[in-house]
Ligand binder design. Structure first.
Ligand code: PMP
Length: 417
């Protein structure tokens, strides 16, 4: 059974000089790794579908760096493209034409897109999308779907969060997921005032079973947005390219006005992109928006190699097949041990919840920790991610680990069995 002594010592060291030790979503609390001492904190090496931690433990990684690892860590084709570009140039006083190559490729590939603007983080693109919608419509209000996550800019946060002003969120309106009546009412009540609706392509929120769109939902949302002159923004930062290389709006049979990508664009090289329709090109061009590293050429070259390989592999079909094999195996292992495990969302980004006999967050976290101690890197209360380096043997080994973890859970929680 794995131990994490070196990781924990490094974490204590980090806490002295870095607020929170590991801030943000890779940290022990926001990263939802609880219980804290049951998890590694620092990695030293990653290859394919695996990484190794500071204590030398090896993991089959089902988190993929929270999404960027889509082909496998250190993919040789992406690494070669990035290294070849790095030898020529990266951050220079002028951009490289590789930026145009990447934009052309994405505009060709993503069904709803006529142009692409590049940045670094997913949050850069969601913010640019909101500003573009406001610039185009000259309206202030934005509709969010409850349970959303669109980054950390003040407009994406909640009123009671530290550092957030009333003004930051004063124009935010909220509707429940899959609730067309609520959306219809909200848009009527705010007629002529709503600039945009921003949503992920399906509800992949934390702490809840993930929910796919109801039949006809997106087509009805598209129609309502058209009727009310509302810009429809799809935040595909997390799901992008795991469901459909033409965009998750394409997967669900509709077209967004603006679509945000980041995580899976370049297999870990740092680039994000806002793509959009011709009608919004002038509005997006009018906005003051840039960053020191936004035109660095290496991630563009990596992105081109990544997207090319995803197409060659037909990666979304691979993710669907392996993700289904895994979630079927895990739910079966649970029921053999007398538990019910609910898998939800798309198989490429599956979400897990130990639901029965006791639908308890702690029981779920204990099971996840038992899996991690045995070498399957899963996490609690957040969706997971598939990558193209995963093999059937990795899936089957993970199911074995999960079965052992359920057996351990039964011993530690005899009352709930
Ligand atoms: N939107 C969604 C749906 C996300 O999952 C994330 C990142 N987890 C973001 C936006 C923000 O992206 P970033 O952290 O790169 O700014």
């Amino acid at each position: 059974m794995y131990t994490f002594d070196k990781s924990l010592a490094a974490f204590r060291r980090a806490q002295q000089v870095i607020p929170g030790g590991i801030p943000g979503h890779l940290g022990p609390t926001e990263g939802l790794h609880l219980p804290n001492d049951g998890f590694p904190k620092f990695a030293t090496r990653a290859q394919g579908a695996r990484f190794w931690d500071l204590d030398g433990n090896e993991f089959i990684d089902w988190m993929c760096g929270y999404g960027p690892n889509i082909l496998g860590y250190n993919d040789p084709d992406v690494a070669a493209a990035a290294q070849a570009q790095a030898k020529k140039e990266d951050v220079v006083s002028l951009p490289s034409t590789v930026m145009i190559d990447f934009a052309e490729m994405l505009v060709d590939q993503v069904a709803s897109a006529d142009w692409a603007m590049f940045a670094k983080n997913g949050g850069d693109t969601t913010t640019l999308a909101i500003m573009t919608a406001r610039a185009a419509t000259l309206r202030k209000k934005v509709v969010f779907v409850k349970g959303f996550y669109h980054g950390v800019a003040p407009w994406t946060q909640k009123l009671d969060y530290p550092g957030v002003l009333e003004e930051d969120v004063a124009n935010n309106l909220y509707v429940p997921w899959n609730d067309l009546d609520a959306l219809r009412t909200l848009l009527s009540e705010n007629r002529g005032e709503v600039a945009a609706l921003i949503s992920t392509p399906y509800m992949h929120g934390n702490f809840v079973d993930n929910q796919l769109p109801a039949e006809g939902y997106w087509q009805a949302v598209r129609k309502l947005c058209d009727e009310h002159g509302v810009v429809l923004i799809i935040d595909d930062v997390r799901a992008g390219f795991r469901l459909d290389l033409a965009g998750s709006d394409h997967y669900f049979g509709f077209e967004a006005d603006l679509i945000c990508f980041c995580k899976a664009l370049a297999n870990g090289y740092n680039v994000s992109a806002l793509l959009g329709r011709e009608a919004l090109k002038e509005a997006v061009s009018s906005i003051t928006y840039t960053g020191s590293y936004w035109m660095s050429a290496v991630p563009f070259a990596a992105g081109i190699a990544t997207q090319r390989k995803l197409r060659e592999l037909d990666a979304p079909a691979l993710f669907e097949r392996l993700g289904t094999r895994l979630t079927d195996g895990l739910t079966e292992a649970a029921s053999e041990a007398g538990f019910t495990l609910v898998a939800s969302g798309a198989p490429a980004l599956f979400y897990l919840r130990v639901a029965d006999p006791a639908d308890s967050l702690m029981l779920h976290q204990d099971w996840i920790a038992e899996c991690v101690r045995r070498g399957a890197y899963l996490t609690s209360h957040h969706n997971h991610f598939l990558n193209a380096a995963v093999t059937e043997a990795d899936v089957d080994r993970t199911v074995e680990i999960a079965a052992d973890a359920f057996a351990a859970l039964r011993t530690r929680h005899p009352a709930v069995v």
